[in-house]
Design a binder for this molecule. Structure first.
Ligand SMILES: Nc1ncnc2c1ncn2[C@@H]1O[C@H](COP(=O)(O)OP(=O)(O)OP(=O)(O)O)[C@@H](O)[C@H]1O
Ligand SMILES: [Mg+2]
Length: 250
């Protein structure tokens, strides 16, 4: 059963076309990697799925999630899905986290927004923090973002992405800003979430990341998919010159 199915997706920013007929699908227990050089349209796919595009953007096609076309939903309906049904990990944790609130409050906020239960939110926040491997979660709950390392801040972001236990997680370059050992831990975490049955879309320009956790890969160039396959096919037998070029870069 498909969890997400993107059909013939096209996107324009004003007069400039950024996505040209994108097709892919995803089921549970699967990590799909979207790779491509800077400006190829990776984040544009991410924001289109989440309905977080600027008002001058125009979209065509279908994004079917659990039987609903996300492109036909209004803002209120999308809000019910973001965070609860689709967990979101943004690229830059320091931009996403508010310096004025403790990290525990910020993770719990997502839970409260969807379920309204503040007491349960504390419990679920601690659970999520432990799940992503934040040591001494109860202590860290009361800390502010600037008191945590980059790796811990990224874990806080991942904790808020999973606090509502969504079946699908979208992560845009979640490990780019991290050093290699922290990156390894975060990738292990994604692998574990997959084993629990989650579907994950991982956006990256790093084939090293793909090799670590990817099941399937989509290669994006100038807003079009130029190659798609399972991770072994892509590494052992890349067909497109562009894929070969990207692979050589690692
Ligand atoms: N809000 C926007 N308004 C206008 N054009 C945009 C906007 N966001 C992205 N673009 C353009 O769309 C194209 C795809 O950009 P996008 O950010 O999706 O690429 P990306 O693959 O995520 O790149 P990176 O690896 O640098 O994050 C680029 O040409 C970019 O300039
Ligand atoms: Mg991007």
């Amino acid at each position: 059963m498909k969890l997400l199915e993107v059909k013939n997706l096209e996107l324009w920013y004003g007069d400039t076309k950024a996505l040209h007929g994108i097709n892919f699908s995803l089921k549970g227990r699967e990590i799909l990697c979207i790779v491509g050089e800077s400006g190829s349209g990776k984040s544009s796919i991410f924001y289109t799925i989440l309905g977080l595009l600027p008002n001058y953007a125009r979209v065509k096609g279908e994004i079917n999630f659990k039987g609903k076309n996300l492109l036909s939903l209004n803002e209120r309906e999308l809000r019910k899905i973001r965070g609860k049904e689709i967990g979101i990990v943004f690229q830059e944790p320091s931009l996403y986290l508010d310096p004025l609130f403790t990290v525990g409050t910020q993770i719990g906020e997502t839970y409260v927004a969807h379920y309204g239960d503040k007491n349960k939110a504390y419990e679920e926040t601690i659970k999520a923090m432990k799940k992503v491997g934040i040591p001494k979660a109860e202590e860290k709950y009361n800390m502010y973002p600037h008191q945590l390392s980059g790796g811990l801040k990224q874990r806080v972001c991942i904790a808020s992405a999973i606090v509502c236990n969504p079946p699908l997680i979208l992560a845009d370059e979640p490990t780019t800003a991290l050093d290699v050992s922290v990156q390894k831990k975060i990738l292990n975490l994604f692998r574990k979430m997959k084993e629990e049955g989650k579907a994950i879309i991982l956006i990256t320009h790093d084939f090293g990341v793909v090799a670590e956790v990817g099941d399937r890969v989509i290669v994006l160039k100038e807003g079009s998919i130029v190659e798609e396959g399972n991770v072994y096919e892509i590494f052992d037998n890349p067909k497109h010159e562009y894929t070969k070029k990207l692979l050589k870069a690692i």
